[in-house]
Design a binder for this molecule. Sequence first.
Ligand code: UTP
Length: 235
Amino acid sequence: MGRARANSPRPIVLSVGGSLFLTGEDDAAYLRRLAELLRGIGSRQPLAVVVGGGGAAREYIELGRELGLTEVELDELGIEVTRLHARLLAALLGPPTPAHPPSTVSAAVHELGRASPVVLGGTEPGHTTDGVGALIAVRTRAARFVNATRVGALYDRDPESDPKARPVPRLTWPEFREIVQRDSGSSAGQRFVFDRLGAELLARARIPLAIVDGRNLGALSAALRGARFPGTRVD
Ligand code: UTP
């Protein structure tokens, strides 16, 4: 599926933060409801779901860094954890979702022409799963990109340390790019608002980005359908 076909709906790309997977709070019930939502949306429109590594990836990366592994080796550890999460979600979704998550962007785009949802994790060192999702979105001329996180929006200040932080409902691409540039680095396991490569690719292709609380399935469903949702919209 190199380009959107004339009569088929344009794909949707969802990146799911790994931090949504293992919170210790009703994870199994949440994942079952998430799978149900994704099955429903994916049956109507091609849906690619890219899953992150969350805290587990960061713990392995920290351990590896203490042991002297190179940045590329650390990225590869992170990729393995994202793939573990992708396998879990793919197995839960069942057919037609491929049980073995594609390991490259082109394999994912190819699968999306035959099955939906398609679930995958990371691909290669140097970016995050947001970047993988953006590459798929650009290749497939996606209608929108949804980024499901635990934080649920972009804030004007750090919401973890500042109680006065307020969510920003809407941003232009130049404003968002500036925040991403200021915020991001390139070492393995770093936490930032959004992947720099991903922001550049989506901005250039003018694909709208929605940042939403992934645990709020009503909000996530609205964002995936292109309806109004609580969170941040970049377009
Ligand atoms: P994530 O995509 O989970 O990064 O990849 P993140 O920003 O921590 O996202 P959340 O917290 O899940 O939302 C984890 C790490 O795996 C490596 C990077 O080191 C990244 O920081 N990785 C991931 C890659 O090198 N390439 C990929 O394609 C994906």
